[in-house]
Design a protein around this ligand. Sequence first.
Ligand SMILES: Nc1ncnc2c1ncn2[C@@H]1O[C@H](COP(=O)(O)OP(=O)(O)OP(=O)(O)O)[C@@H](O)[C@H]1O
Ligand SMILES: [Mg+2]
Length: 236
Amino acid sequence: MLFKKNRSKASTNERPSLITVTRPSSVVAEQFRTIRTNIHFSMIDSDLKTLAITSAGPGAGKSTISANLAVTFASEGKKVLLIDTDMRKPTVHKTFKLPNHDGLTTLLTDRTAQISDIVHILKEEKLYVLTSGVIPPNPAELLSSKRMEQLKLELEESFDLIIFDLPPVIAVTDAQIMSSKTDGTIFVINKGGADKEMVLKAKELLDKVQANVLGAVFNRVENKNDHYYAYYGENK
Ligand SMILES: Nc1ncnc2c1ncn2[C@@H]1O[C@H](COP(=O)(O)OP(=O)(O)OP(=O)(O)O)[C@@H](O)[C@H]1O
Ligand SMILES: [Mg+2]
């Protein structure tokens, strides 16, 4: 399958949140490799093909963590696709400086659209990216459609790992819908900014749809050596 090349000329220093690209030897990039290893360990007996990233409320760092994890998995030679599944507040195209007139919503609504024409390949990061596309009026309906199921199966045939960057669990049902369809879910907790009740409520909502929550990532953790990210193993 031939993919659309990234025509963006953005250099890595124009992508400050992509720390795994801009500072691959940093403590933070190392922590992303630790998260990758822990995800491998938590799925030792089953095939991990699809990974959902969500949080209780907004702004926890889901998109930042999704993008950096995608880069980290791609750097071990896996064919990784990052999908902006936050059709309400998409940011993946901004992070990777990509156009967003076509994307996931195009593939879900236009029967003639070809995956290879819509998915971007980022040569430098050896990563594939599907942006959200035009914001639809009915994201939850699109995500729970038969077409989405079919598209997911098609994409699973072409990629080793698919990472879904999702909206928060509490406000809308999108994250519940997608978490119930993926092999594993990672829950991002904004250290300091997260409300305990909201986190418990979100976990309850994920349990309700039998999401396989692999663990949580504490974001914005400060420690003596470096700050930002830390992995908090299994949480169930
Ligand atoms: N560890 C961090 N340190 C500093 N800034 C961070 C960190 N994590 C995320 N940010 C910044 O915080 C903002 C929100 O992060 P991000 O977009 O990843 O969150 P989100 O959970 O995807 O938000 P939303 O719920 O709106 O989708 C961004 O500007 C991002 O660059
Ligand atoms: Mg986001």
